[in-house]
Design a protein around this ligand. Structure first.
Ligand code: SF4
Length: 284
């Protein structure tokens, strides 16, 4: 039986003028955010502060992860005008730090790495003072794809392991835990000054020991920053919530992560991998 939602997960959604202005601007620019596509519970809070995580390369994913609200199917053709529109929007919103993510594009020969690189390059040219974090897919383990993104020189490279390895077959069947760890490890080897980051959701049926083992694995891949948040099921067709993890356990995870050597750790029920990304980047 799915547990009832506890009080600490009830959040008032701010829907002020700032939120509406942001929604209108994104729509006019024909840009998408993962905030909207994944129904993020922090959307009101982030939009009211002028913060968003851009979703590039369409809104249809080639994978079918059971935790994710994004549609799966045949993706759209790449939009060559997207990098410039995104840079113009970042300028218009006056952002100092931007997070960019994408759907997984296993249909493209380079997994979309070239498009990521173009977005970073255009942003650098148009908005030279903006910090850039990319939250990338695993590119099916392609060294060349990862190299292309790193050559474009983002400040932060984020790749989520999402859950503990035992749950991969039921939560993200087309992904591979070891491949994700290898990507993070390789990124650091290719460019040691790069800040690397990863995150996982809890409440999917993992044990505390398994979460600690993931932290140890991420540290052994030289990952700098970790994010841990509560999984919320987008619909009854998705993976169910097995547990609502108590805030004190999140705090314990945060202390465990710092003890294990992460430069910073964000761990609380509403944390998402891009939540307050600028704050966690500036602190590292
Ligand atoms: S936490 Fe991230 S995905 Fe959620 S609304 Fe904020 S910026 Fe968007």
């Amino acid at each position: 039986m799915i547990p009832a939602k506890p009080d600490w997960l009830r959040k008032r959604l701010p829907v002020g003028a700032g939120v509406q202005a942001m929604e209108g601007s994104l729509e006019r620019s024909r840009l998408r955010t993962i905030c909207q596509e994944a129904c993020c519970p922090n959307q009101g809070e982030c939009f009211s502060k002028g913060v968003a995580t851009f979703l590039i390369m369409g809104k249809v994913c080639t994978r079918n992860c059971r935790f994710c609200a994004v549609d799966s199917g045949i993706p759209e053709t790449l939009d060559a005008g997207e990098p410039l529109r995104l840079a113009a929007e970042v300028k218009r919103l006056g952002l100092r730090f931007v997070v960019i993510t994408s759907v997984t594009r296993d249909d493209l020969p380079d997994g979309g790495a070239g498009h990521f690189a173009r977005v970073i390059e255009v942003l650098r040219r148009e908005c030279p003072d903006v910090g850039i974090e990319v939250l990338i897919p695993d590119f099916q383990g392609s060294h060349d794809a990862l190299q292309a993104v790193i050559d474009a020189a983002p400040e932060v490279l984020n790749h989520n392991v999402e859950t503990v390895p035992r749950l991969y077959p039921s939560v993200r069947p087309q992904a591979d835990y070891r491949r994700s760890l290898a990507l993070l490890r390789e990124a650091k080897v290719l460019h040691p000054p790069l800040t690397t980051k990863s995150g996982l959701m809890v409440g999917l049926g993992e044990t505390r020991e398994e979460v600690l083992e993931v932290m140890v694995d991420l540290r052994s891949a030289s990952c700098d920053v970790i994010t841990i948040g509560q999984y919320l099921s987008p619909s009854p067709a998705h993976h169910p919530v097995v547990e609502y993890v108590k805030p004190e356990i999140f705090e314990k995870y945060r202390r465990d992560a710092l003890r294990l050597g992460f430069r910073d750790a964000a761990s609380s029920p509403f944390v998402r991998s891009s939540y307050m990304a600028e704050k966690y980047y500036r602190k590292t």
